[in-house]
Design a protein around this ligand. Structure first.
Ligand SMILES: [Zn+2]
Length: 313
């Protein structure tokens, strides 16, 4: 059988036909143009599904299910009740999709899909339990138990980004304060780097940004830290400390076999991985027990399509 995965993002829609083993057989995509009515966006998604089925040289009968990864949360009826990037509130995604394609339609959060993809075809293959942490504009998470995605009783499991890390800390987009996302995202790196730029204008961060503080991004900060710039290292080390504390909380609560780091900040590679691994024992309880394995995500952009497709397995 073949599975179709749709990675619905705020900017792009990417669709792929995926094999049982999680490899992409054919791909197609288009711009989301998120300001359009949702009906138009879902019609485009359905057309892309037909297109990849043709490109993969399979018949519709050979397609078992359509999976959709969304930057938000849906209920078990396929109703998307909140998708901030798309401006969607109470969109009947499954019902609208099934007007065009008569197949089971499964919907889950994009970070959950990435977690599933890594466990089927990425770095956590063969692990009974894993937690995937995406370090991007925000912080997302996905939980795998016994090889299956655990979305929780109401679909909100794995919202690592909104666990409280610093009581009464930095205000979060969710309306509360001190969430993990405010300290362990690319946005957090940029915020603290800008503060450093104001205090230490000679920092390599500002030089790399051509002297324009508005051009500071996570990659510049990490590059400057790798070169040993003192300000960049302060910013990076603070990020690593908060991430290590978060990983310790995850370990204390769930103790997975492996914790996978993905998203834009994981571009920092071994520099990030080794820094976190070095700090973890400081926060860990039961120090005689082994720590969960820590690894970088392997699938990159493909994870969205593969994970969404594997929702149908
Ligand atoms: Zn929050």
């Amino acid at each position: 059988m073949v599975y179709v995965g749709i990675d619905l993002g705020g900017t792009n829609i990417a669709v792929g036909a995926v094999s049982e083993a999680g490899s992409i057989l054919a791909e197609a995509g288009c711009k989301t143009l998120a300001s359009r009515p949702y009906q138009a966006i879902i019609k485009d998604m359905a057309e892309l599904v037909q297109k990849v089925i043709r490109k993969a040289h399979v018949t519709e009968d050979e397609v078992k299910a359509i999976g959709i990864g969304i930057p938000g949360v849906a209920d078990d009826q396929g109703m998307v009740f909140n998708c901030t990037n798309l401006g969607w509130v109470n969109v009947p995604l499954r019902a609208e999709m099934q007007k065009y394609i008569h197949k089971p339609v499964l919907i889950d959060n994009d970070a959950n899909c990435a977690a599933l993809a890594e466990s089927v075809a990425g770095v956590s293959v063969g692990c009974k339990s894993s937690v995937f942490i995406t370090l991007g504009t925000g912080v997302g998470g996905g939980i795998i138990v016994n090889g299956k995605l655990w979305s929780g009783g109401h679909g909100r499991a794995g919202e690592i980004g909104h666990m409280c890390l610093v009581p009464d800390g930095v205000p979060c987009t969710c309306g509360r304060n001190g969430c993990v996302e405010r300290y362990c995202s690319a946005t957090a790196l940029i915020r603290t780097a800008k503060q450093e730029c104001y205090s230490f204008p000679n920092t390599a961060i500002l030089k790399k940004a051509g002297g324009d503080i508005n051009r500071v991004n996570a990659k510049l900060v990490i590059d400057a830290a790798k070169e040993g710039d003192a300000s960049a290292l302060r910013v990076f080390n603070s990020f690593v400390k908060y991430l290590a504390m978060t990983i310790n909380d995850i370990t204390a609560f769930f103790d997975p076999d492996i914790i996978v780091l993905g998203g834009g900040v994981s571009y920092a590679g071994d520099f990030l991985l080794n820094s976190v691994a070095e700090l973890l024992p400081r926060y860990q309880m039961f120090k005689a027990l082994p720590l969960p394995k820590l690894a970088l995500a392997k699938l990159g952009n493909e994870a969205g399509i593969v994970g969404a497709a594997m929702l149908g397995k």
